[in-house]
Write a protein that binds this ligand. Sequence first.
Ligand code: SF4
Length: 82
Amino acid sequence: MARIHCSVNNCHYWAKNNICNASEVLITSDALGEAEPDEVDAPQAQMLQATPVDSCMSTCCKTFVEQGSAKKKQDGVTRNPY
Ligand code: SF4
């Protein structure tokens, strides 16, 4: 997977030097991110319809999980070991 740089350092998948260590991520529109439950994430991406937006301000990382949250076990995404 391409290296993803991310500054959201309270995410479970965040690592030093602003690296995302998630096995996969789902970037989508804010609207879909709000509408779909936590169980819908990168492993289900091929089943989702395309969600065009007008600017980067309308996108989100749906894979974000706050550090310490139990939510990370629901979506099938794992943290890489490095
Ligand atoms: S899952 Fe999303 S919010 Fe979390 S570190 Fe990766 S890119 Fe950032």
